[in-house]
Design a protein around this ligand. Structure first.
Ligand SMILES: [Zn+2]
Length: 341
């Protein structure tokens, strides 16, 4: 009987997620989570969050045991079932990451690669939505193959359209929308779902195609106009060339840095400077196996570090931060390097 029960169990779940309830009933916390909590690059995870969190374990697409907030997982399973009926198979990738784990990763990167690299590629502890355990990164199974790389997933437009159409019914929203990068400070992520608990809130957000920031009235704007830019004159590069280069720099300031820096001033470093640095650009492009760059452009900048920044010195003024960009003629500018002069 036990055998039969077991095989039945496996049959039922071979295609579904196997999840283990957490057996700890010792600390029943009555205080409810704020399921609409906003955690982003400007808003820190509430201090008491981890105390209130009811985590359960589940296997992800790679058979790793991961943790998810209990109610979010229940709804995710319903969402997944509903999608399977439409032949769409979504699986969990990564979900919860504790602040201390994030701190570990941060420290490790800091030691290995230094501050510049770390602050560009690692989320700052306390400021990642994955700390909430309500943010779910999913991956897809299509034709029996697991699709999990970001660049492969963004190509699956049709599948993700079906996923997104169902989210609100199961109290989820899409968090990082295409075209709303200036509000979320993240590039489009069709795989990053967020549980909001409330079906009406989810429907409002998804029907209006707005971000959680907009719904909560917390949207902040990016640095995007050229008010603080001094393009000077150039005999080498057109105004458009120089604007393209500044847009590339804005891309880093707005999306790659954990905190958007304020009071940004950018200045073109004159033609001579760009010419002088051309060889340096070429060396760097060779070293990075890029198209051989035959153009180089240099800008200097100054900005203000936000008060709540955990990197660099909070609330300090930075000046002489210089950007070197290169490109093969006719192609897009790429940042070669940037540093304090
Ligand atoms: Zn994510």
């Amino acid at each position: 009987m036990k055998k039969l029960f077991l095989s039945l169990f496996f049959a039922m779940f071979s295609f579904a997620l196997v999840w283990c309830t957490n057996n700890e009933s010792q600390n029943v916390d009555e205080s409810r989570l704020d399921y609409l909590v906003l955690v982003n690059k400007q808003h820190k995870l509430p201090d008491d969050w981890e105390w209130k969190l009811n985590l359960v374990e589940v296997q992800n697409a790679y058979d790793e045991t991961i943790q998810v907030e209990k109610e979010a997982l229940e709804k995710f399973k319903e969402l997944r079932e509903a999608l399977l009926e439409e032949w769409v198979d979504i699986e969990l990738d990564s979900v919860y990451r504790s602040v201390s784990k994030q701190q570990e990763i941060w420290d490790e990167f800091l030691e290995k690669y230094g501050e510049e690299y770390t602050k560009t590629y690692v989320a700052i502890p306390w400021f990642s939505e994955h700390h909430t355990a309500l943010a779910l990164d999913i991956c897809l199974i299509k034709d029996w193959e697991l699709i999990y790389e970001n660049e492969d997933m963004v190509k699956e437009v049709e599948i993700f359209d079906k996923v997104h159409a169902k989210l609100a019914d199961y109290w989820f929203i899409l968090r990082y929308l295409e075209g709303k990068e200036d509000i979320t400070w993240y590039w489009y992520e069709p795989w990053h779902l967020r549980y909001v608990w409330d079906v009406d809130v989810a429907k409002t957000i998804m029907n209006q195609w707005i971000t959680l920031e907009e719904y909560l009235g917390e949207a902040e704007n990016e640095v995007s106009d050229y008010d603080g830019v001094d393009f000077w004159e150039s005999a080498i590069y057109s105004e458009l060339d120089r604007q393209d280069a500044v847009d590339t720099i804005y891309g880093v300031i707005n999306y790659d840095w954990e905190f958007p820096f304020t009071d940004v001033k950018i200045s073109y470093m004159w033609d001579d400077f760009s010419k002088d640095n051309l060889n340096y650009c070429k060396e760097m492009s060779d070293a990075n196996n890029l198209n051989a760059w035959d153009e180089c452009i240099v800008f200097t900048s100054s900005f203000q570090i936000p008060k709540d920044s955990l990197v660099l010195e909070p609330d300090s003024d930075i000046s002489d931060y210089t950007w070197y960009l290169g490109r093969a003629k006719g192609w897009e500018w790429k940042i070669l390097t940037a540093w304090f002069n």
